[in-house]
Design a protein around this ligand. Structure first.
Ligand SMILES: [Ca+2]
Length: 274
């Protein structure tokens, strides 16, 4: 009977001790961000402005922490808070995307991370828009639909490597239903005379099995849509379509079928003056 009472008394004591440790461990959170500085290009689909935020609990007890994220007015950030349970000595990460509108002047700005009494200022360099021969690179992609596992911008992010399809490709979200469309709207009339499609074509997923089979190249000038090229029965990864150069407001692929009759898979689509 006496032994049982002693055991019951020990329980509240055991609870009190860790509570004190948790409170003090909140000052033991280390903030991190990579890369530093992070670079942003003022184009809607250019691959830039990706930051990996991190919190590490260097205390002795697990805890919960809230990181607040603030940015200079020139920057748009994808989240303003990152909250997480933090086991001891484990880096917990979350992605942050930083974008700037087209026309933003080159400058260095700041994203400020804070948690408890810690603060980390991350420099963000707004770069000038790079010289581009590929007229679609980084421009705003427009699609009939986008599968939830893919990124709308994946087809115009400058990466045409089928091996990196998962991270840098696009496909629609209407399996077995065609047509699908994918293209770019230009901010000013742009002369285009050649379009290159890189459809999925890897060792595991060859174009003849998974790639786009039938598609049209369609341009828009004002409200007028014109088909300037047609491809049928394609089984190769990289397809070039040339036509008389024309000034257009927008360009898109109208995809009528893929070799598996499932999705329209684009690794990259490029366009050139001629
Ligand atoms: Ca790509």
């Amino acid at each position: 009977m006496l032994r049982r009472s002693a055991a019951l008394l020990a329980v509240p004591l055991a609870l009190v001790v860790p509570a004190v440790s948790v409170a003090s461990s909140n000052n033991q959170i280390e903030l991190s961000a990579t890369p530093q500085p992070v670079e942003v290009v003022p184009l809607p689909c250019f691959p830039s402005g990706k930051l990996s935020l991190g919190m590490t609990n260097t205390g002795r007890k697990s805890t919960v922490a809230d990181m607040r994220i603030a940015a200079d007015p020139a920057l748009t950030i994808s989240r303003h808070q990152f909250s997480s349970y933090l086991p001891v000595n484990q880096l917990v990460k979350a992605p942050l995307e930083i974008t700037v509108p087209r026309g933003t002047a080159p400058a260095t700005h700041t994203v400020t991370l804070s948690a408890d009494k810690k603060q980390l200022k991350v420099p963000v360099i707004v770069k000038p828009v790079p010289a581009r021969d590929n007229l679609l690179l980084g421009e705003q992609a427009v699609a009939s639909s986008t599968n939830g596992n893919m990124r709308l911008c994946g087809g115009v992010d400058g990466n045409a490597d089928s091996a990196q399809w998962g991270a840098s490709g696009w496909h629609d979200n209407t399996k077995g239903v065609f047509p699908d469309t994918y293209g770019v709207g230009f901010v000013q009339p742009t002369t285009v005379g050649r379009v290159v499609l890189q459809t999925l074509d890897s060792a595991k997923y060859p174009a003849a099995v998974m790639g786009i089979r039938d598609f049209d190249v369609q341009v828009r000038t004002g409200a007028q849509r014109t088909t300037v090229g047609e491809v049928r029965g394609n089984e190769t990864g990289r397809v070039t379509v040339t036509f008389t150069p024309v000034a257009v407001d927008a360009i898109q692929l109208v995809i009528h079928d893929s070799n598996d009759h499932g999705y329209s898979r684009i690794v990259e689509v490029e366009a050139w003056h001629n």
